[in-house]
Write a protein that binds this ligand. Structure first.
Ligand code: FUB
Length: 337
């Protein structure tokens, strides 16, 4: 399914500011890290699983992960092959969505959401000796985890924090105080929007060291963003990075298709909304990561141009990200302008 005419797609392709990292497979949801002096990107591996479209995102029927390696952001991306397959994860049945990775004490950890047989998402971890894997999954999902889109951030003191959660198909709206209730829905109107969740990881990187907390994102008056503020409220795809001592929480607004960010003084927040990082891309979803390499900052993101706008067949791209003198991120227009 695509919402674009051929002429629109041609015009967008001609103006696109960057090209797919790889074209032999579809990739999405890039989590980029510098490990051992090289860039590693941990994306979703998009496929057409032949599953009909629905509001739960069942058509995102991904089955495995491939890791991409680059010597520089603008260099060739090497596909390191299958790093983990759903058939090897005892607790997971389907939908291997946006992953992330981290390293500690010489080992590498791949974090991934997947649906259990009962249809609920949880987040798992798999362990490897190399950044590209292969990764051996733990037999059970991370206790206390739920929803999707794990992003693991290493703070200066060596502690690691996992941010996670996504609305609608990602099921975050069903949780309050870390408990599931099928009757819960996304709040609306002037009610406070739901926030992503954050939990510090234990030293073994396989467990939460604490119960997940909800992250507050405030407006310029110190008031939590409202649920009806779809242009700014958190939807999915959290990422955390630090710039000049500040913590930058960035995320997707989902149905309004923006990548936005908010800043704070602690990995737990609160964060104050600052603005947009990326204007909408071709395709429904937008999802990113931000990494420093070679003295510059880079935005990894995806769009669905290569597939002609098929929303679950996306391609990872990269472009430089710039700040102004006050640390504000300059908004990127993926097709110029
Ligand atoms: O790739 C499947 C889902 O689409 C991700 O988990 C979301 O962030 C969105 O990009």
């Amino acid at each position: 399914m695509t919402d674009y005419t051929d002429d629109e797609l041609k015009a967008l392709a001609a103006r696109a500011i960057s090209q797919p990292l790889v074209t032999h497979i579809y990739t999405a949801d890039p989590s980029a890290h510098v490990f051992e002096g090289r860039l590693y990107v941990y994306p979703s591996h998009d496929i057409d699983a032949g599953i009909p479209f629905d509001d739960e995102g069942s058509h995102f029927g991904m089955e495995d992960y491939h890791v991409l390696r680059m010597d520089s952001p603008e260099g060739e991306a090497v596909d390191c092959g299958v790093a983990l397959h759903v058939r090897d994860v005892p607790w997971a049945e389907r939908q291997m969505w946006a992953p992330d990775a981290a390293t500690r004490d010489g080992r590498y950890y791949l974090y991934f959401p997947a649906k259990r047989a009962d249809g609920l998402f949880q987040i798992g971890v798999a362990v490897g000796e190399r950044p590209e894997g292969p990764f051996a999954p733990e037999p059970e999902p991370i206790a206390g985890s739920y929803s999707i889109d794990p992003a693991v951030f290493r703070d200066d003191d060596g502690e690691h924090y996992m941010y996670f959660g996504g609305l609608w198909g990602g099921q975050l709206q069903k949780y309050r105080d870390n408990a599931y209730d099928a009757a819960h829905a996304e709040p609306a109107g002037d009610a406070p929007a739901l926030g992503p969740r954050v939990a510090r990881l234990a030293a073994d990187m396989k467990r939460f060291a604490e119960a997940p907390r909800e992250v507050a994102i405030l407006d310029e008056h110190g008031v939590p963003l409202r649920a009806g503020d779809h242009a700014r409220r958190y939807f999915e795809g959290p990422w955390m990075h630090q710039y000049r001592g500040k913590y930058y929480l960035s995320y997707s607004t989902g149905n309004t298709h923006y990548l936005c960010y908010a800043t704070g003084d602690s990995p737990y927040g609160p964060f104050v909304y600052q603005g947009r990082i990326l204007e909408p891309v071709v395709g429904w979803t937008t999802h990113h990561s931000i990494v420093e390499f070679g003295g510059k900052w880079w935005l990894y993101y995806h769009d669905a141009l290569l597939s002609g706008g098929v929303t679950h067949l996306r391609s990872v791209k990269v472009t430089e990200l710039r700040y102004d003198g006050d640390g504000r991120i300059l908004t990127i227009h993926p097709y110029g302008g």
